[in-house]
Design a binder for this molecule. Structure first.
Ligand code: NAP
Length: 254
C-alpha cells in the first residue's frame, strides 16, 4: 500500500458495512485517521472500535447525510478531533425503492435522491470550502454502472447516480487547478448487503447474479484507495470503473 495515506485525515460516509467499511479499514491501515459515518451510530462505532483495536486511528458518528445540519456537525467534529479533512469518500447510498415507477412510493423515491444525490452534495458542500482554502484534498464520489445504464425497477437509483456522475464532472471544472482532486468510482457488482436486497427483489438482471459471481469488496477497495494516490492524476473528474480492464490492470487485478 502507498504511504501517501500516512497522517491524512479521511471522512467516509456509509462506513458501517460494505464498501464504506472496507474503505475505512484500508485508509486506517495506510496510516490515515478516519471518521466513520452512518445513520446507525452503533454499527459505525463497532467498526471504528475494531479499527482502533488494530492500532488504527478511527472515530465514528451517527449522521444521516440527507440532513445538512447533521453533516455540518460531523465535519466540524472531524476537524476538531482528527484534523482538517484531506480525503472524503462520499459513499453512503441506498437502493430503495426497488419498484417500477408506476407503483413506486413517492416518499421512498424522493428519499433515495435525498441520500444518493442531495446527501452527497451536502457532504461536498460542507467539506469543499476547507479543502479549497487549504489548496488540497481528494474526493471520491461512489458512482455505479447504473449511472449510465437504465435498469427497470431502479428509476430513483439510476437517476440519482447519473446525477452524481454529472456532479463529479461539474465540481471537477470548479476545482481544477486549485489542488482539489475529485473522482467518481464505480465499484462493480460487489458482495454487500445492498446486493442481498437486490437479489431478494427478483427485479431486473442484476438480481439474478448469483452471490458467488459478485466481486469481493476488497477488489473495489483497492481501486478506491488507488484514486487517493497521485498515481490516479490522469483520471481526475472521471468515473473510474472496476469494469474497465485498463483500470483493473493499473491496480494489479487481471
Ligand atoms: P450497503 O452495504 O447497503 O452499505 C451502505 C452504507 O451506507 C451503510 O453504512 C449505511 O448505513 C450507509 N447509509 C445509507 N443511507 C445513509 C444515510 N442517509 N446517511 C448516512 N449513511 C447512510 O451498500 P454498499 O454496497 O456497501 O454500497 C456502498 C456504495 O456503493 C453506495 O453508494 C452504492 O450505491 C454503491 N454501489 C454499490 C454496488 C454493489 O454492487 N454493492 C454497486 C455499485 C455502486 P446506515 O443504513 O446505518 O445509514
Amino acid at each position: 500500500m502507498s504511504n501517501e495515506l500516512l497522517g491524512k485525515v479521511a471522512l467516509v460516509t456509509g462506513a458501517s458495512r460494505g464498501l464504506g467499511e472496507g474503505a475505512a479499514r484500508a485508509l486506517a491501515t495506510g496510516g490515515a485517521s478516519v471518521m466513520l459515518v452512518a445513520r446507525d451510530g452503533k454499527l459505525a462505532a463497532d467498526v471504528a472500535g475494531s479499527i482502533a483495536k488494530g492500532n488504527g486511528r478511527a472515530e465514528s458518528c451517527a449522521c444521516d447525510v440527507s440532513d445538512f445540519g447533521a453533516v455540518q456537525q460531523v465535519v466540524a467534529q472531524t476537524e476538531a478531533n482528527l484534523g482538517a479533512i484531506d480525503i472524503l469518500v462520499n459513499n453512503a447510498g441506498v437502493i430503495e425503492p426497488i419498484a417500477e415507477l408506476a407503483t413506486s412510493d413517492p416518499k421512498v423515491w424522493a428519499d433515495n435522491i435525498s441520500i444518493n444525490l442531495t446527501g452527497a452534495y451536502y457532504v461536498l458542500r460542507a467539506v469543499l470550502p476547507g479543502m479549497l482554502a487549504r489548496g488540497g484534498g481528494t474526493i471520491v464520489n461512489i458512482s455505479s454502472g447504473a449511472a449510465y445504464r437504465p435498469l427497470e425497477g431502479w428509476s430513483a437509483y439510476c437517476s440519482g447516480k447519473a446525477g452524481l456522475a454529472m456532479l463529479t464532472r461539474a465540481v471537477a471544472l470548479e476545482t481544477g487547478g486549485k489542488g482539489v482532486r475529485i473522482f467518481g468510482f464505480s465499484p462493480g457488482t460487489i458482495d454487500t448487503d445492498m446486493q442481498v436486497k437486490i437479489r431478494a427483489s427478483g427485479m431486473n438482471t442484476i438480481s439474478r447474479i448469483p452471490r458467488q459471481d459478485l466481486s469481493p469488496v476488497e477488489h473495489a477497495v483497492r481501486g478506491l484507495i488507488y484514486l487517493c494516490t497521485t498515481d490516479a492524476e490522469d483520471l481526475l473528474g472521471q468515473d473510474a470503473s472496476m469494469r474497465d480492464d485498463a483500470f483493473r490492470k493499473r491496480i494489479g487485478l487481471a
